[in-house]
Write a protein that binds this ligand. Sequence first.
Ligand code: 5GP
Length: 210
Amino acid sequence: MQTRGILTVISGFAGTGKGTVVKGIMEKYEDYALSVSMTTRSPRPGEKDGESYFFVSREEFEKNIAENGFIEYAEYVGNYYGTPKAYVEKKLDEGKNVILEIEIQGAMNVKKLFPDAVLIFIMPPGADELERRLSGRGTETAEVIKKRMDRAALESEGIEDYDYIAVNDNVDDCVEAVNGIIRASRLKPAFNTSFIEKVRNDLKEKARRN
Ligand code: 5GP
């Protein structure tokens, strides 16, 4: 069977709870690795450098761009966010399904570079619930909440470019939905060419001998 992991992109509007869903997958299953992005935004209370993100200056981020250190990067609400390349490649080679939790522009860039990547968009149950969740977080100003709701309206135009949606009404159900999508993707013939080829060749060899 194939050994390289599946590159999985998970996107969703800010406030959808996609971070909680990803955390749930990481806690429940062993064959996943989560890519830690680099960003120029300031840490929120409780966020740790190297865990939530690598928090860096604009200069440092731009140096990394120049050195071709990112799979993709994008500017989102005034800050840079990027996926460091080395870790992702290493974990895919180890057979882990690597999760990138990134916004839509980055997702589209990944799709271009890695046509086999599986793109999943986490949906809120509805727009009112999204607004409630964003306000309930309590860490953002009204202006930032408005910006993020506006951004959600824009991003909603791109959902059909993803391969799957998963609705985050209940976190456990959403974790199972996402895990199911990734497990099924791993079984696509395109990801298992050497295994299929081996069985086919063995069958032909047997047919020739009989
Ligand atoms: P936040 O500031 O709320 O942590 O993240 C803002 C947005 O940036 C989210 O949609 C998040 O998924 C996205 N994001 C985080 N890391 C990356 C990355 O490496 N690349 C891209 N393109 N988006 C990212």
